[in-house]
Design a protein around this ligand. Structure first.
Ligand SMILES: Cc1cc2nc3c(=O)[nH]c(=O)nc-3n(C[C@H](O)[C@H](O)[C@H](O)COP(=O)(O)O)c2cc1C
Length: 217
């Protein structure tokens, strides 16, 4: 091979390597970027029959949770899971556990007294086509007897119906009545919807489904 050809190949290989590294860094930086949605505070102390419980690693499912809570003047609880911190190690743990379909992981709170609620919203990002481990862990440890349950989720591109069906089974096993699954697809990493669009779409979903949820059908 002649010298100019060799140089050309080295240039092309270097360019591809730099491009791949840049994409990787971009994905990692995006993954660590928390979307801070407007905080939610209950409008009045009037007791609500609706409870919103969610896990969110980077704020998107939280934005959805807050919009739902706002609509119902609901109580809201965030599930914390230190293992999936917003850093590289947390990301690796998240990927590994989701891939292995882990359903038991350390969460806070583990249990919640749901006596006074009739409608429970459960929220989670989708990891490897299914709700993230913290939500499975929460459902497994709680009693949903007599409760209507709606799952909500955010994700980039897709989930699998069979994974949602499995989650539905777990809710049924914990005596809950699974009513619905609503979600916002944010789009892939390089062309994602803004947080504002996510919140707007959530409000539209709520309006469309409100009657169904209220009727409990
Ligand atoms: C470990 C991991 C796995 C993911 N798997 C999927 C997936 O299978 N399908 C998908 O569309 N998005 C997937 N995503 C993207 C998240 O679902 C998406 O960014 C979500 O909106 C994040 O929600 P959060 O900000 O509330 O944590 C994954 C993200 C992580 C960190």
């Amino acid at each position: 091979m002649k010298l100019p050809e060799k140089r050309m190949i080295i240039w092309i290989v270097s360019f591809i390597a730099v491009f791949i590294i840049a994409c990787f860094i971009f994905v990692i930086v995006k993954d660590r970027t928390y979307f801070h949605s407007p905080p939610y505070t209950k409008e009045s102390n009037k007791s609500s029959e609706v409870l919103v419980i969610y896990y969110s690693r980077s704020g998107n499912t939280e934005a959805m949770a807050r919009e739902i809570a706002r609509k119902f003047n609901a109580d809201i609880i965030k599930i914390e899971a230190e293992k999936y911190s917003l850093d590289f190690q947390g990301w690796r743990n998240a990927g590994k556990d989701a891939d292995q379909k882990v359903t038991e992981t350390l969460i806070k709170p583990e249990t919640v007294d749901m006596d006074k609620y009739s409608l429970i919203f459960l929220g989670s990002p989708i990891w490897w086509y299914r709700p993230a481990p913290p939500l499975w862990a929460f459902v497994a440890k709680n009693d949903f007897k007599g409760k209507n349950v709606v799952l909500f989720s955010t994700f980039n591109s897709r989930f699998k119906n069979q994974e949602i069906a499995e989650f539905k089974e777990l809710v049924a096993k914990r005596k809950g009545r699974f009513m619905d699954h609503v979600y916002v697809r944010r789009g892939r990493v390089f062309y994602q919807k803004s947080g504002e669009t996510l919140m707007k779409e959530t409000r539209e979903i709520i309006e469309e489904r409100l009657n169904k949820w209220k009727k409990g059908s």
